[in-house]
Write a protein that binds this ligand. Structure first.
Ligand code: NAD
Length: 359
């Protein structure tokens, strides 16, 4: 079978993780790099010794000249939609970085384009491949908790506002909520089978990002750094969501799943400044249940797994799906709900009351 020809669109920070993973897969050939900043794609390709692989500043032109089989879209969030639409229209499969988009309308447009193209569009949530995230899902799906009626996301960073394009409204669109909040949403929703969200009541703040005492680039900061929401889901389950890039606390709590028969507590591996965004490994899993009528806590042994491995697995799952004609490893049919909650949080925080999820 021929190699899968892949182009990277947006050659900034995370494009390096994509490249490292692709270079480990012998069935892949990197055929182009694109970045709107002149010289950036060239520098990126050269960094990996790909001096003969062409670089572009325009995605449309690259798609026309190179005709790749598939692309990784690694641009900042505000360019996710346009690059994904262009790639799908050119007949490419797409691995798109998280969050799927800024607005729900953008996500809906991408889903329509995906259906029209008949190609794979998958969203890059690598924590899905963590053995312990899978274990949490397995426990919940086994029915050990009974019906799950309440989930608290917990976690968050005490100090961890990123720099670069993450804090610009015109590039990232959303702050902590979309950057790391989308991971917490994916962990919660994927564990219980991605029920449809119904309503959202939310708040969002920017007290740290906008304060030069805490953040040196306060003048440039134009997104949220903390948000919390109460989300009603279709199966009578409630999601109590919190996420922070910065706060005067080590965590907003543990990740908990309350079921009618048992509960599950999932803890962060550490509570340091950047800890606990549910984008990495899990520290401890405890099943809280009654044994012969006595409340009992059972520690679930953890699987050992390297975080770096997760990125390879996400990229490999995409390549395998492309090569075998398989399904999207992380489908838009699920992630549209994640995006709908983010959209609901933004709208609810802006208007100051509960909103219906617009699906
Ligand atoms: N999965 C993860 O662990 C992870 C980690 C970090 C970032 N991300 C996601 O990856 C994306 C990029 O983040 P980053 O930190 O690499 O950002 P970045 O700003 O470092 O890089 C983005 C690059 O895209 C380029 N770009 C913008 N519009 C473009 C267009 N229309 N065509 C081609 N190139 C374009 C920019 O010039 C820039 O070089 C974001 O969506 C972010 O949420 C994911």
């Amino acid at each position: 079978m021929e190699k899968t020809r892949i182009a990277i669109i947006g050659t900034g920070g995370i494009a390096n993780a994509h490249m490292r993973a692709y270079l480990e897969i012998p069935e892949v050939e990197i055929v182009a790099g694109v970045d709107i900043i002149p010289g950036k794609a060239r520098e990126y390709l050269d960094r990996y010794g790909l001096t003969k692989v062409p670089d572009f500043e325009d995605t449309e032109e690259m798609l026309k000249v190179i005709k790749p089989d598939a692309v990784s879209v690694c641009t900042y969030n505000s360019a996710h939609k346009i690059c994904t639409l262009q790639a799908l229209a050119a007949g490419c499969h797409v691995l798109l970085e998280k969050p799927m988009s800024i607005t729900l309308d953008e996500a809906k447009e991408m889903v329509r384009a995906e259906k029209q193209a008949g190609k794979i569009l998958t969203i890059g949530f690598q924590p899905r491949f963590d053995a312990n995230s899978k274990k949490v899902k397995e426990i919940v799906q086994s029915g050990a908790l009974g019906d799950v009626y309440y989930i608290q996301t917990g976690g968050g960073r005490r100090r961890g506002i990123p720099g670069r394009t993450f804090i610009d409204k015109d590039k990232a669109g959303v702050g902590a909520l979309a950057d790391i909040g989308c991971y917490a949403l994916d962990f919660a929703l994927n564990t219980i089978g991605y029920p449809k969200p119904l309503t959202v009541s939310a708040v969002a703040f920017d007290y740290f990002g906008k304060n030069p005492k805490y953040y040196p680039e306060a003048e440039r900061f134009s997104v949220d750094d903390f948000s919390a929401a109460f989300v009603r889901l279709e199966n009578s389950c409630v999601l109590d969501f919190r996420m922070s890039w910065a706060m005067h606390m080590d965590t907003t709590g543990d990740f908990i799943f309350l079921g009618k028969d048992a509960g599950l507590k999932v803890q962060q591996p550490h509570f340091e400044l950047w800890g606990g965004a549910w984008d990495g490994p899990i520290g401890k899993i405890t099943l809280m249940h009654d044994v012969f009528g006595k409340p009992t806590s059972t520690n679930i042994p953890l699987e050992k797994m390297e975080k770096s491995n997760l990125f390879y697995q996400k990229v490999k799952a995409f390549v395998d799906a492309v090569r075998t004609g398989g399904e999207a490893p992380i489908p838009t049919s699920q992630i549209i709900y994640n995006q709908a909650i983010i959209d609901g949080i933004i709208r609810s925080a802006a208007c100051g009351h509960e909103v219906e999820v617009d699906l």
